[in-house]
Design a protein around this ligand. Structure first.
Ligand code: GLU
Length: 476
């Protein structure tokens, strides 16, 4: 049997980190066992589904390095199959039309609430006589279609993450709506649990891997599989991603979309690596930093935790910096260049750009940190407070003036590491100041601030594109 798994995103928003993590676990499992990873776009909620979200979701998955093995199935195109399944349930008496109005249902729930009971449909139209039914139709009532759920039934399955699962059907809220309200001659728009069962079965899905917020749905879906005489797949429910307070990570926690993480300067490698660790522990033989291909070699459900996974920015940032620090200067430049161009900076030759990428690379946590780190190389630096204070120190400006005088005698575009070191030593001596003071002041004059990459490399890189020494002059 070939393992076939799927991600079934609803295109009602951008690719959420929770959905992306579910995609990743599906992909890791499929890759581990040599199975197929499929996509189904669940676009039946026509009001909230938008093409731009489908595009965002597919692009996000691709960016993370996840590819799928067959063209995505579009759920709304399967509607005839959904209707057929509903009709068969109606024919076998396992589903029926419920004519209760919204007002009646509201009243029912209020009365349950007043008695301190959990709201549930009381199955009131389960066994209508044909006379009762005709009366409702004559009144012009519309109807939803409900699937019968027998309260006595116990639903069990062996969850690949959570082990033996047992649900009492009486906890499922009464007979379940499987098609929205429509005229009694029609089958209204089919609803989630029904369509998922039909589609997973049509797509020959063998393993449904999804978040634990779907556990109650799984119980309902198992009943539908049985009623439709279909074989249920295996189920694996993955832990939720939690915020710092231990609640489900949501929009209120700020960044949750993969495209937002990308825009902030996170790399696909670090995101995929980090998301794999959200709920899965790698074997001891593996480092924390790995590619998804490496993870796929070892991925199994025994190492998926049951407890929720707390989102940890520090760890993600650490992984991201590790990824960037391991990139070649060429690869880093590919990511930096568009950012530099967006800033409107005119880029010198390729070789210079590579040197700059190489210089700032080790100090980057996010790719986007490369904007501020590179700014003084493209724009006249603005002195920050530390820079101002540094140049106010006794001997600082005099030392820089002396440096300029010495530079007059040196071709400005010719400064190399050795020469620069020599000039600095010589200048400090002749100006009678400490070399450290001179170097710190030079850094302030060149970059506007006291921190940054190696001073001499910075200086010689700047020297290669500067016509003269005005940068230093501007500051003193
Ligand atoms: N469209 C559902 C969701 O996005 C799919 C759930 C499932 O995997 O069955 O939550």
């Amino acid at each position: 049997m070939t393992v076939r798994v799927r991600l079934a995103p609803s295109p009602t928003g951008t690719l959420h980190i929770g959905t992306a993590r579910t995609a990743l676990f599906n992909w890791l499992y499929a890759t581990h066992v040599g199975g197929k990873f499929l996509l189904r776009i669940e676009d039946t909620d026509k009001e909230r589904s938008q093409d731009k979200y489908t595009t965002n979701i597919l692009e996000g998955l691709k960016w993370l390095g996840l590819s799928w093995d067959e063209p995505p199935v579009i759920q709304s195109e399967q509607i005839e199959d959904h209707r057929k399944a509903i009709q068969s349930l109606l024919d076998s008496g396992l589903a029926y039309r419920c004519y209760a109005t919204e007002a009646e249902l509201e009243e029912m729930r209020d009365s349950q609430k007043n008695k301190g009971k959990a709201p549930r449909y009381d199955n009131r139209h389960r066994d209508l006589t044909s006379i009762e039914e005709s009366k409702f139709i004559e009144e012009g009532r519309s109807a939803v279609i409900r699937f019968r759920i027998e309260d006595e039934e116990i639903i069990t399955w062996n969850d690949l993450v959570r082990g033996h699962m047992r649900w009492s059907a009486s906890d499922l809220g009464g007979d379940m709506v499987i098609a929205r309200r429509a005229s009694p001659q029609e089958i209204g728009p089919p609803l989630y649990n029904l369509v998922v069962v039909v589609d997973d079965s049509t797509m020959n899905i063998t393993h449904v891997i999804r978040g634990e917020d779907h556990i109650a749905n799984t119980a309902k879906q198992i009943l539908l599989y049985k009623a439709l005489q279909l074989k249920p797949p295996e189920f694996a429910h993955t832990p939720l991603i939690l915020n710092q307070e231990g609640r489900k990570l949501s929009k209120r926690d700020g960044v949750t979309s993969i495209s937002e993480f990308k825009a902030m300067g996170y790399t696909a490698e670090a995101m995929a690596n980090y998301m794999t660790l959200l709920g899965w522990s790698q074997p001891e033989s593996m480092q924390e930093r790995f590619s998804i291909e490496e993870a796929a070699e070892f991925f199994n459900f025994d190492r998926v935790n049951r407890a929720g996974a707390k989102f940890d920015w520090d760890k993600l940032n650490w992984l991201n910096s590790q990824v960037i620090h391991n990139w070649s200067p060429e690869k880093l430049l590919n990511s930096l260049k568009p950012l530099w161009i967006k800033e409107g900076w005119k880029l010198p030759n390729h070789e210079w750009c590579i040197s700059l990428a190489e210089l700032i690379g080790p100090s980057l946590t996010l790719i986007n940190d490369g904007i501020n780190q590179s700014r003084p190389f493209f724009e006249k630096p603005v002195l920050d407070n530390d820079g101002i204070n540094q140049l106010e120190l006794e001997g600082a400006k005099a030392g820089l003036k002396c440096l300029l005088e010495n530079l007059e005698r040196t071709p400005w575009d010719g400064i190399d590491q050795n020469q620069a070191k020599k000039i600095l030593t010589f200048t400090a001596e002749s100006a009678g100041i400490k070399k450290g003071l001179l170097m710190k002041s030079l850094r302030a004059a060149l970059l506007g601030r006291l921190n940054g990459p190696d001073l001499i490399s910075t200086w010689s890189l700047l020297a290669r594109i500067s016509e003269d020494s005005t940068r230093i002059l501007n500051s003193i």
